[in-house]
Ligand binder design. Structure first.
Ligand code: PLP
Length: 377
């Protein structure tokens, strides 16, 4: 039995969506920007999908913009704000952002922006006093990820947003890992980004929310689709699949979240019983329900991931591996972990399609692989 425990990286597509795919592509083939009736069918499908999402989010239709992925959403927001407000040249962000936020911000830095990184405590929470001190009249925006993709730690974006509002700076949050799993209060948020493939829609579709009172310069110029902010013929079918995924997640949502928590907690309890020396990162603070970040004693994460792969368990190590040499996770380094500790960190992430028996079976296989490697190292 193959066991997939890398749902924070991507999820399997909901079977209901897989089933309807061919039919949607056949029926809604026409360009939604034309005026004949089949084109209007495509247009209506997009707007129905947008309405479904705005109802769930609590926004207005004109505040949701479809993109190809969250990376595009993050780039559009960050670079769009910088272009729109050239008189502001400072940015305050957390050091634990996803690369799709960190790298566009680094791009701004190369163009002369001052980037201020927030302090993070050992549990991965940002220091609120530090945030207050770092904002000034030159600050363009504050960017803080909602649920961290490596550890699952959730930031108090309401509290952060209130401070930003008081200080009159824009607040942007990457909610990719929390969308459909945690409530998002729009009272204090100006922008957020979402990725379809993290919630069982296909890869290649994302969106962003932009408060209607704020203007930004588009990243792409062209035919002016998506109210001028995302030119390019809309991906009609994928927009529908994204809306379908949101709809499915929100049917008995609390039950789904409870299930994820239950299997995550059971996994952690069982694993801790088998290998008591593991450390589960940030276990005592609020986390997304489906991510478990584990530091193993002695054994490096790459070997664990490869060993588990040969046992048919798919997981991820937090360290990026380019040219064969693992580089430590910037997230864990920001928490204050040593380089050695970060290289022993493995991420297990659960999804709605994981069965309980997979949890017990995966712990057995992890124990087998760990024991072999422990004796070897
Ligand atoms: N933000 C976070 C927190 C993520 O986990 C990811 C995906 O790994 C992204 C952004 C990028 O998403 P996409 O693959 O849709 O560009």
């Amino acid at each position: 039995m193959k066991i997939y425990l890398d749902n924070a990286a991507t999820t399997k597509i909901f079977p209901e969506i897989l089933k309807e795919m061919t039919g949607v592509f056949e029926e809604y083939y026409a360009n939604p920007n034309a005026i004949y009736s089949d084109a209007q069918k495509s247009r209506n499908l997009i707007e129905e999908s947008r309405r479904l999402i705005t109802d769930f989010v609590g926004s207005e239709s004109e505040e949701i913009f479809f993109t190809s992925c969250a990376t595009e959403s993050n780039n559009t927001i960050i670079r769009g704000l910088a272009e729109q407000f050239p008189q502001k040249n400072e940015v305050v962000i957390s050091p634990i952002e996803h690369k799709s936020v960190l790298n566009p911000v680094k791009f701004l830095q190369r163009k002369g922006f001052k980037v201020k990184f927030l302090k993070i405590d050992k549990n991965g929470l940002i220091d609120i006093d530090d945030l207050k001190n770092k904002i000034n009249s030159k600050t363009l925006f504050v960017g803080v990820i909602h649920g961290n993709n490596e550890t699952g730690v959730i930031q108090d974006i309401e509290k952060i947003g209130k401070i930003c509002k008081e200080k009159e700076v824009y607040f942007f949050s990457d909610v990719v890992q929390t969308f459909c799993k945690e409530k998002i209060n729009l009272d204090y948020l100006d922008f957020f980004s979402v990725s379809g493939h993290k919630i069982n829609a296909p890869k290649g579709i994302g969106l962003f929310y932009k408060n209607k009172d704020t203007q930004i310069v588009p990243l792409l110029f062209g035919g002016g689709q998506e109210k001028g902010l995302r030119s390019g013929t809309e991906n009609v079918a994928f927009i529908k699949f994204l809306a379908d995924a949101v709809k499915i997640w929100n049917e008995n949502n609390q039950q789904k979240i409870s299930y994820l928590k239950e299997i995550r907690d059971e996994f952690e309890n069982q694993l801790q019983k088998e290998i008591p020396e593991i450390e589960i990162i940030s276990k005592s603070v609020s986390r997304v329900p489906n991510i478990s970040a584990v530091i193993f004693p002695k054994v490096d994460a790459q070997s664990m991931v490869i060993g588990l792969n040969s046992e048919n368990v798919m997981v991820s190590s937090g360290s990026a591996c380019s040219s064969g040499t693992p580089t430590p996770s910037h997230v864990l380094l920001s928490y204050g972990y040593s380089e050695k500790e970060t290289l022993r960190y493995v991420r297990f992430s659960f999804g709605l399609m994981n069965k309980k028996e997979e949890i017990y079976e995966s712990v057995k296989r992890i124990k087998t692989v760990f024991d072999k490697l422990y004796n070897f190292f």
